[in-house]
Design a binder for this molecule. Structure first.
Ligand code: NAG
Ligand code: NAG
Ligand code: NAG
Ligand code: NAG
Length: 348
């Protein structure tokens, strides 16, 4: 080959390698955008949902339905301020959706079904790679308390079953089984979760960071409520709920958790536990083949009127420093860095 041809071939290969697409964006070498001082291009398409008809759709579900199955590029659904009375589902075959509201107190999704915890949550997210920001999900079957005469029943506000899902400044409101943190690796930051009985439940592998856990168990008094019902099934399963720098507040009294399955794992770390937490802290269960010693229910470095360990269940787990470090590091849920890679994360 002539020198010129070789040079052209080199440049061709160089540019092809530079412009390979990743996460819907373009990878420039040498951090082009930093060096150039320009801002990166819009990396994703936005669909606007507006109840007044000035967006692309008037319901959230219509926007999701419009996204093709097998979607492989991040797409933002921006949901303008308003109360959306609809059930919303992101199906398994539609990953890479970024659902963004106008604010935790401004955009809410409200529905009131309760017959099936599988099918009737207000919000169901089954796809991998989902980011939700600034939206509150409510199951109004029993919530707000006293708003109707329905008997208290499991009524799920959100069921999260996909992997690599992150929630920032979101609200989850209900009374029983509010947030079904079902399966996959999840990260919740600056969220508010409200309920009275088993209101954070399931076998998700999750970190809840700087979240407000708002207990409304006053109506059960003198019976306590339960914050968590974790459902890890075997000692080798990686899932478990980690509450880091959280705030437990509310009325009535509450246990930190009871197990849904025999190897349930929950850690409260560096959190403020108000005096609504009962002294014994945890309740055990009755499962074939396991005992309370198979449960991993632990606390480390918490403060507040409900944080004293002196009256705790004798079988509460004392985790090693290494295990606490492992469970409270971002790598517990994001070993390969998926959270860091998502363009709209709120890590800093
Ligand atoms: C590029 O800029 C971002 C945001 O200002 C910064 O976080 C990142 O460290 C910079 N990268 C390099 C290679 O300078
Ligand atoms: C949404 O509406 C805007 C403004 O009418 C339009 O430019 C855009 O193409 C629409 N997007 C979709 C995905 O329909
Ligand atoms: C507990 O707090 C909730 C939410 O603020 C409120 O609706 C409920 O009435 C309170 N219950 C009691 C018994 O104070
Ligand atoms: C513990 O939580 C407090 C309050 O949220 C925070 O300021 C502090 O950095 C946390 N400490 C550790 C060791 O995580």
């Amino acid at each position: 080959m002539a020198l010129l041809e070789r040079l052209l071939l080199f440049l061709f290969v160089f540019f092809i390698s530079c412009f390979t697409r990743s996460q819907g964006g373009i990878n420039f070498p040498l951090d082009f955008w930093n060096v150039s001082g320009l801002s990166p291009p819009e990396k994703y398409q936005t669909i606007t949902v507006d109840q007044s008809g000035q967006g692309n759709y008037t319901t959230i579900q219509a926007a999701i339905d419009a996204i093709p199955s097998g979607n492989m590029e991040w797409i933002c659904i921006y949901v303008k301020t308003g109360t959306y009375n609809e059930k919303v589902k992101i199906p398994r075959e539609k990953p890479m959706i970024y659902l963004k509201g106008g604010g935790k107190r401004k955009t809410s999704v409200v529905w009131n079904s309760h017959n099936s915890i599988e099918r009737d949550p207000t919000f169901i997210s089954e796809a991998d790679e989902v980011v939700v920001k600034s939206i509150t999900f409510i199951n109004s079957y029993n919530y707000p308390l006293g708003s109707n005469h329905n008997p208290i029943m499991p009524a799920v506000a959100a069921k999260i079953s996909g992997d690599k899902s992150a929630f920032y400044r979101c609200g989850f409101m209900g009374v029983q089984d509010t947030l079904w943190d079902d399966s996959g690796r999840h990260y919740f930051k600056l969220c508010s979760i409200r309920g009275a009985v088993d209101f954070i439940m399931g076998s998700g592998q999750s970190i809840y960071e700087r979240c407000t856990i708002s207990v409304i168990a006053g109506f059960l008094s003198p019976q306590p409520g339960f914050i968590t019902a974790q459902s890890r099934d075997a000692a080798s399963d990686p899932n478990g709920f980690v509450f880091k720098d959280c705030n437990v507040i509310g009325n009535g009294t509450t246990y930190l958790g009871r197990p849904w399955r025999g190897h349930a794992r929950v850690l409260f770390y560096n959190s403020t536990l108000s005096d609504i937490v009962v002294p014994q802290g945890w309740l055990d269960g009755d499962f074939i083949g396991t005992t309370m010693k198979d449960l991993v229910f632990a606390e480390e470095g918490c403060r507040g009127g409900g944080s004293s360990l002196s009256g705790r269940a004798w079988w509460e787990t004392r985790l090693s420093k290494e295990e606490i470090r492992r469970l409270t590091s971002m790598s517990y849920v994001s070993e390969e860095g998926w959270i860091e890679k998502q363009a709209f994360n709120m890590l800093s």
